[in-house]
Design a protein around this ligand. Structure first.
Ligand SMILES: Nc1ncnc2c1ncn2[C@@H]1O[C@H](COP(=O)(O)OP(=O)(O)OP(=O)(O)O)[C@@H](O)[C@H]1O
Length: 265
């Protein structure tokens, strides 16, 4: 746990957010902050509202009521692309890559999401644009290297292993140059050894200056990698605190850890 997490500024503020889908209240008056430079875990049983939380933060859904502020800016009615440009990136529970593009091209598309103008000017292929393109490629290659994918740069995404595809998604999210990266179960389907490696990588992502919001089901991993944890159950926040506080919280144990006590130790 880093001391800085308690002293740094709020990057994202979720304030009293409720979202209803017909008769279902997926989020019910949820409030929490994400502080700059921390890794915040978002946990809870299946259907608790974790992915919905990502979706309202990234403009996929508008909250029925409540507000979300990012770096001082309200996100109400803001489109997905605008939110990406503001500095929030995400990965998805189900991998969403451009399968027929190479790993490098997938990362370049991520970078493009941040610079639309650059894309159109690139069509003109002026010397300046060629230089910018070279710089983009260099940065994309650096991100692939960071994620351990440099040797896969020219392979089609569809031909990458499952684990490499998951890592490529994170590289693509980083390419949008975000302040906040939201990872939706990035270790889903990984074996225990792969999970440990990925969690180390997520710490390194934070050490590069990104703030990280992490949905992860494996309690042991969440406890090991996060600074703080927010727990949802049936759309409500039932607890918030350090991993140690969450581990000992009776409501959390009843809702979630009780069934996975072995995993939680
Ligand atoms: N677009 C939608 N339309 C209707 N109901 C939805 C929609 N999106 C989410 N829900 C409902 O909202 C609730 C919260 O779902 P959500 O996917 O956010 O949970 P979760 O905590 O991410 O679950 P899991 O761990 O299984 O991924 C569930 O009851 C779900 O069925």
């Amino acid at each position: 746990m880093s001391d800085t997490a308690t002293t740094t500024q709020t990057l994202l503020e979720v304030h009293d957010v409720t979202i209803k889908f017909g008769g279902i209240t997926a989020l019910d008056g949820v409030s929490f902050d994400i502080r700059e430079g921390e890794i915040l875990g978002l946990i809870g049983p299946n259907g608790a509202g974790k992915t919905t939380c990502f979706n309202v933060m990234t403009g996929v859904y508008q909250p029925t009521s409540g507000q979300i502020r990012f770096a001082g800016t309200g996100l109400a009615k803001m489109k997905r692309h605008a939110i990406t440009r503001l500095g929030i990136a995400r990965t998805f529970q189900n991998i969403r890559l451009f399968k027929s593009m190479t790993a490098l091209e997938n990362v370049l598309v991520g970078a493009d999401a941040h610079s639309r103008v650059g894309f159109f000017h690139a069509l003109l292929r002026t010397p300046l644009q060629r230089r910018e393109e070279a710089e983009s490629r260099e940065r994309a290659m650096e991100l692939l290297k960071f994620m351990g994918l440099a040797r896969r740069a020219d392979e089609l995404a569809v031909n990458l292993s499952y684990g490499d595809q998951r890592r490529l998604e994170i590289a693509r999210a980083m390419a949008t140059n975000p302040k906040l990266i939201c990872l939706d179960e990035p270790a889903a389907g990984f074996n225990p050894a792969e999970k440990v490696v990925l969690m180390d990588l997520i710490k390194k992502v934070r050490d590069r200056g990104y703030t990280v919001l992490l949905i992860e089901h494996d309690m042991k991993l969440v406890m090991g990698v996060t600074d703080r944890i927010v727990v949802l159950e049936f759309g409500r926040k039932i607890a918030e605190g350090t991993p140690a506080e969450i581990r000992d919280n009776p409501a959390v144990i009843a809702a979630y850890l009780g069934v996975e006590e072995d995993d939680a130790s």
